[in-house]
Design a protein around this ligand. Structure first.
Ligand SMILES: Cc1ncc(COP(=O)(O)O)c(C=O)c1O
Length: 386
């Protein structure tokens, strides 16, 4: 019972989120079901998480079977399923980032990556890129663009932070210096509006970090694990970081994230240097293994590339005047405020996202999207005023 005079909201949930004007009962495939029986095409996937849509039979079975056999043991107990998940993930990536530490969220993976980089190098400064979002914890928030003004709540940062732009590529020689522990970069920036950073910039970061002994971290929490139509954006750009973090699609709805490190970094992951209670639990690991199985056996990387090409080709209609991003992390540039276009699309039962750019609508569709769903988006956009 609610205490009379309590400051708590009626639903007892911290009111920190703006919410879509949308009520759902359940979901199947790429559709959310409303209480009146109508269906909403979900092109947002709960912030890029629902990579297989909803209720994929093999995903459900893997979770069910693992829950029946062993729901949890921490890293203090060696588990076959954990070893298999790490091996599959390292092989899926194929970039020599062969040591895996499983945690629970994107921010937690980034927090660990930044900690390792500082410890390894003794550096006191981290370079981040304007527009990037890395999470809400102390270190991840410190390298998040705009967090200071909006929500960063700690009295000081764990290290000095310098934000750079892709156009600073020719100044990396001075910007990345003997104090620089790490450069953290999101290769295709999601929150900024599906901004695919120039390949030359990422190559220049790689070159300068190697030259200077700084750690290059790719935050692929949103753009990784198949989202670009490649295992990771690092594969697409042909630039290999020292540490890669990933989450969201990795569990397809079950919370799991991972930090993957190169052979150069691996010796620094010593006994007791990292820890987690829930990370690497058997349910999460069973799902990682199954997600890779499904992506590979159902040809979902190719599907992501094909549907992405179709959206680019067919959806430059109505208020859409441009496209950016990669795979199914697409930014549709709109002639009018994206939030208006978003709410108009929702009235046509299509859920999309917005971004930090007021004129970019964000598409984070499930990897199982079909051509007929792209047609629904095209038809709905074409009906809207330009
Ligand atoms: C690129 C990137 N990094 C980190 C995060 C933080 O992930 P989480 O919310 O799981 O902590 C996000 C979340 O949107 C993200 O897009």
């Amino acid at each position: 019972m609610t205490n009379v005079g309590s400051n708590a909201p009626a639903d007892h949930l911290a009111p920190v989120y703006a919410q879509f004007p949308l009520q759902i009962t359940d979901a199947r495939g790429v559709f959310l079901h409303k209480p009146d029986g109508s269906k909403v095409l979900d092109l947002y996937g709960g912030h890029a998480v629902a990579a297989l849509g909803y209720g994929h039979p093999r995903w459900v079975e893997a979770l069910t079977e693992q829950a029946k056999s062993l729901c949890f043991q921490s890293n203090a107990v060696a588990l076959d399923v954990r070893r298999r998940a790490a091996t599959r993930l390292a092989n899926f990536c194929g970039l020599g980032l062969d040591t895996v530490f499983f945690v629970n969220s994107g921010a937690e993976a980034n927090e660990n990556a930044l900690k390792i980089a500082c410890k390894m190098t003794g550096g006191t400064q981290v370079i981040a890129v304007e527009g990037s979002f890395h999470g809400r914890t102390a270190a991840a928030g410190a390298v998040t663009w705009g967090a200071d003004k909006k929500w960063y709540g700690f009295p000081q940062k764990p290290f000095d932070v310098t934000f750079i732009k892709p156009s600073d590529a020719d100044q990396l020689g001075t910007l990345i210096n003997d104090q620089t522990a790490a450069v953290i970069v999101v290769p295709v920036q999601g929150v900024a509006g599906a901004v695919d950073l120039p390949k030359e910039f990422l190559q220049a970061l790689r070159f300068r970090c190697s030259e200077n002994g700084s750690i290059l971290i790719f935050d692929e929490v949103q753009c990784g694990f198949g989202r670009t139509g490649h295992p990771f954006a690092a594969n697409m750009y042909e630039v290999t970081p020292d540490i890669l973090t990933t989450a969201k699609a990795l569990g397809g709805g079950f919370p799991v994230s991972a930090m993957m490190v190169s052979d150069m970094v691996a010796p620094y992951l010593k006994m007791d240097s990292l820890g987690t209670t829930f990370g690497g639990g058997p349910m999460a690991c069973a799902i990682v293994e199954t997600m890779i199985d499904i992506i590979e056996s159902e040809g979902l990387l190719q599907n992501v590339q094909q549907r992405s090409a179709e959206i680019r080709e067919k959806c430059m209609v109505g208020p859409v005047v441009g496209m950016q991003g990669a795979g199914l992390l697409l930014g549709l540039r709109t002639s009018r405020p994206a939030k208006d276009v978003q709410s108009e699309l929702l009235k046509s039962n299509i859920l999309t996202g917005t971004s930090a750019d007021p004129n970019v609508l964000r598409i984070l569709a499930p990897f199982v999207l079909e051509s007929q769903h792209v047609d629904l988006l095209r038809q709905a956009l074409a009906r809207l005023p330009q």
